[in-house]
Design a protein around this ligand. Structure first.
Ligand code: NDP
Length: 240
């Protein structure tokens, strides 16, 4: 379904991003993905899946533009952008949170995403697709995640504005908001009782798998997603 299309996926070395890379490759897209430190995993994906890795530490504001320039050069043009990268973080109250940590999370999840979207706005081919990966935490908040929730709130607003600005070129821009999905990030922030509670709270009665979210992204970036823009698809197993 995506033969002849080119894609950039940020944070494609693990978890949901890796599942998105694998799914887009299965659909026939040519894929560049970024990673921050998982060089071994990136090489393995390159060998097994045939996607091209580029290292980019997206807490460094200069890296997002370099990533997009290198990806553009490798791919020759851009049809699909998926902003998925996000760093793990310690759970701290607002009172405990250092400003440098707030800035780090905002830089990766919002500022760098703004820069990749800006690059796409300037150079993406007409009919392109942008998907921003947010979180169920923007509609179901919890304590000790202020920088993360604020960054994803910003990302969701970027989706809405970009959808309005790019729609006349046939470019759709959407958010996908996963619920609890079984990845390193989730296991870093939640212990087993919390994971069990998250599964029990979900109508479908289990944690999400990365592929559950990747399949929703694949719908949006494929031809069947053409009439969806400015939306936030909650890929949560029904968590309300
Ligand atoms: P993982 O921790 O499994 O993977 C994160 C990915 O982002 C990795 O590829 C990682 O690269 C990359 N990354 C992390 N920090 C940086 C950084 N500073 N600069 C550049 N890249 C970085 O996360 P998930 O798969 O769980 O999360 C993917 C997305 O889904 C995120 O946007 C997250 O907020 C969202 N999400 C996840 C949920 C969950 O329950 N898992 C729930 C709701 C939303 P490397 O491997 O090199 O470290």
């Amino acid at each position: 379904m995506l033969k002849g299309k080119t894609a950039v996926v940020t944070g494609g070395s693990r978890g949901i991003g890796r599942a998105i890379v694998e799914r887009l490759r299965r659909e026939g897209a040519e894929v560049v993905f970024s990673y921050a430190s998982s060089a071994d995993a990136a090489r393995e994906i390159e060998a097994e899946v045939g996607a091209h890795p580029i290292r980019a530490e997206l807490s460094d504001p200069a890296e997002a533009e370099r990533l997009m320039a290198e990806a553009q050069e490798h791919l020759g043009g851009l049809d699909i952008l998926v902003n998925n990268a996000a760093p793990t973080f310690a759970l701290t109250t607002i009172a405990e949170t250092e400003l440098a940590e707030f800035d780090r999370i905002l830089t990766v999840n919002a500022r760098s995403a703004f820069l990749t979207i800006r690059h796409a706005a300037r150079s993406m081919r007409d009919g392109g697709r942008i998907v921003n990966v947010s979180t169920a935490n923007t509609f179901r908040s919890s304590p000790k995640i202020a920088p993360y929730a604020a960054s994803k709130g910003a990302l969701e607003q970027l989706t809405r504005v970009a959808a309005l600005e790019l729609g006349r070129r046939g470019i759709t821009v959407n958010t996908v908001s996963p619920g609890a999905t079984d990845t390193d990030m989730l296991r870093h922030t939640a212990d087993q009782p919390i994971l069990d509670a998250a599964a029990a709270m979900t109508p479908l009665g289990r944690l999400g798998e990365p592929a559950d979210v990747a399949d929703v992204v694949a719908f949006l970036v494929g031809p069947d997603g053409r009439w969806m823009t400015g939306q936030n698809l909650r890929a949560t197993g029904g968590l309300a």
